[in-house]
Write a protein that binds this ligand. Structure first.
Ligand code: SF4
Length: 209
């Protein structure tokens, strides 16, 4: 069976548990681990989306006793499996209400579905880490190679939509992935602040998240 649920470094009793819902994404970031390797900490992350909610639950149960936080992350954009994500959130809320739920997302969901996805998830996720990745649209397009139009602005609008839905939002940038792209960290921080979000700099790590 595919890796749908995993822990960093294959920890046996992890507090944070990661969910790998899909390999599809509306970005193709130049630092994306998918371009460089097939695994996170030895777990093969490729699959074809051919699984059921029960498959996720079965794998999750291996970690359920220690889990304090569940993060939708993995080798793709989690919101592209929005309905599966919603069903698993509902399962967690019902059976493990103490567990916090976070999504790591590229922030394209509202643009993709042309509806307010943030509002749909307002009671289902506690926090969102949204990839800002650049200080302007030109840099974003170069770094993230989005497959949707106006992606940078759409991503920022999604930050606002999540904030409005009462979701705790952190925007993030990745640094240290090559010697070519000089991310304007201060400008990114200012943009994040103006959007009312927290801000995180993630050093590129080869093991992945
Ligand atoms: S948004 Fe995430 S999954 Fe998608 S290409 Fe970028 S790093 Fe990879």
């Amino acid at each position: 069976m595919y890796t749908l649920v995993y822990s960093i470094n294959n920890e046996k009793n992890p507090k944070t548990v990661y969910i790998n819902l899909t390999n599809a994404c509306t970005n193709s970031c130049i630092f994306c681990l998918r371009e460089q390797k097939d695994d996170v900490c030895g777990k093969d992350m490729w699959h074809d989306d051919n699984y059921t909610l029960d498959d996720i639950i079965t794998q999750f149960k291996e970690f359920a006793n220690s889990a304090e936080e569940v993060v939708f992350c993995g080798y793709g954009e989690p919101f592209l499996k929005k309905d599966m994500m919603k069903d698993f959130c509902l399962y967690l809320r019902k059976n493990y209400p103490q567990i916090k739920i976070r999504v790591n997302t590229n922030g394209h969901a509202n643009a993709i579905y042309k509806t307010n996805v943030a509002e749909e998830f307002k009671k289902l996720i506690d926090s969102a880490s949204i990839s800002l990745n650049a200080a302007n649209a030109d840099d974003y397009n170069e770094i993230c190679k989005p497959k949707i139009s106006n992606a940078y602005e759409e991503m920022k609008k999604f930050v606002t939509a999540c904030k409005t839905a009462g979701i705790d939002v952190t925007t993030s940038i990745v640094t240290g992935f090559d010697n070519i792209h000089d991310i304007d960290v201060n400008k990114c921080q200012e943009i994040s602040k103006n959007l009312g979000a927290k801000f995180k700099i993630r050093e590129f790590i080869t093991n992945g998240y």
